[in-house]
Design a protein around this ligand. Sequence first.
Ligand code: BGC
Length: 521
Amino acid sequence: MPAVGGIGPGTGKEYPGNLTLFVTVTCIVAATGGLIFGYDIGISGGVTTMTPFLQKFFRKVWEKKEADKSTNQYCQYDSPTLTMFTSSLYLAALLASLVASTVTRKLGRKLSMLLGGLLFFAGALINGFAKAVWMLIVGRMLLGFGVGFANQSVPLYLSEMAPYRYRGALNIGFQLSITVGILIANVLNYFFAKIKGGWGWRLSLGGAMVPALIITVGSLFLPDTPNSMIERGQTEEAREKLRRIRGIDDVDEEFRDLVAASDASKLVEHPWRNLLQRKYRPHLTMAILIPFFQQLTGINVIMFYAPVLFNTIGFGDDASLMSAVITGVVNVAATLVSIYGVDKWGRRFLFLEGGTQMLICQAVVAACIGAKFGVNGNPGDLPKWYAIVVVLFICIYVSGFAWSWGPLGWLVPSEIFPLEIRSAAQSINVSVNMLFTFAVAQVFLTMLCHLKFGLFLFFAFFVVLMSIFIYFFLPETKGIPIEEMNQVWKSHWYWSRFVEGLDYPNGGVEMGKGGQGSKNV
Ligand code: BGC
């Protein structure tokens, strides 16, 4: 019987090819698409703790916060308008990712990235010069459109470009640039908050123009992926491009499979409706549940609101922004671990290890906050060691996420979809991600106010669920060529019933050959 992790025999295919400088540079440039997403995640939480910003746009929140000083700490930031500022972006991203599916499929991955950069640039410009709340909201919607396009196209681009043996590492370049974006934003907030005259928030918000320019200009120089070129009928150019990318002349086998995948995809007229077919059940399930679970780890409670959270548990304004910088550094460093390990240890190992680590930390943080703040939110004097323990466990939690659900939440969906549904399925992945990013951002401050320390247990519950799900239902995908992925479902204990007997034009069906896959569970 196949192992629970379920890949059993490998596909038997091993395309030749090197990790060329060309593909490395190309992937690094494309991965910078994550910067815009990351910058935004990191910037909004800090900006919403800046007093001049609150006074100008959200006066009521500021007045409440001032008046509330001595009462319940859990509720001091609870304001739907303020959370709307943070979360409106994700609704826009959700819509954009649906449109992006067609652009990415019909016009190529590169054009989607370019559009993403331009829209984001426009949003940053409006936000930097904002004079009224409506300008903030319009700006954030444009930023959201940008994120929707970039997140739809960049992960696909990376997974298609990368030689399959390095696909994990190259794809995680996207997550790395998300984390770098978050960190830069945290550091900038820390310094800009100190600017006399109180206009530092303009620099924080307008600063988003820099990452936007990087991806906009970068995408102009990027080649499109061979998969996408073939899909759009540029077959001969695609073969040349593949030679260049792989650094060898003999790319025939891989090329043939790309063409077969593309032929199969041409038969599909309605990629969206198609997704509902039984044979795509495993793919659809992953496209929905992976991003759902990624957000239900609760990571964005830390990413968006670390300064607010640290403020709530008794840190001063400055210390709160500083702690956000510390978690930002941990986030980047731990992502590097994932880049190193993902193609060695596999996806399942990282998912399960990361899940366990997050669970332990959530329990400890809940206990710490519960012990001091109780249910009435009045901590009394907080000793220094207490703050250190909380920050330490939040850091361990962040690192657990950063080498598991963070990168894998983008990598795994981008590598498991067959070409004919890839673009549509990736849009589902992005929109579910954005929907729950929105939901968490929107309800977190209210939940903190009502659930108090129990909030951390709420997310811990989902971490248990998602780990069980991974253990039983996610097959290992390391070392499997992207257009050969059907094999992992065919030999999975559960999913095989959905795909068995189906003749995928692009699926390797030679069972029993031990490829690299057979070593993983
Ligand atoms: C998630 C974001 C999160 C970030 C943290 C990403 O993979 O999609 O929601 O804020 O990781 O590093």
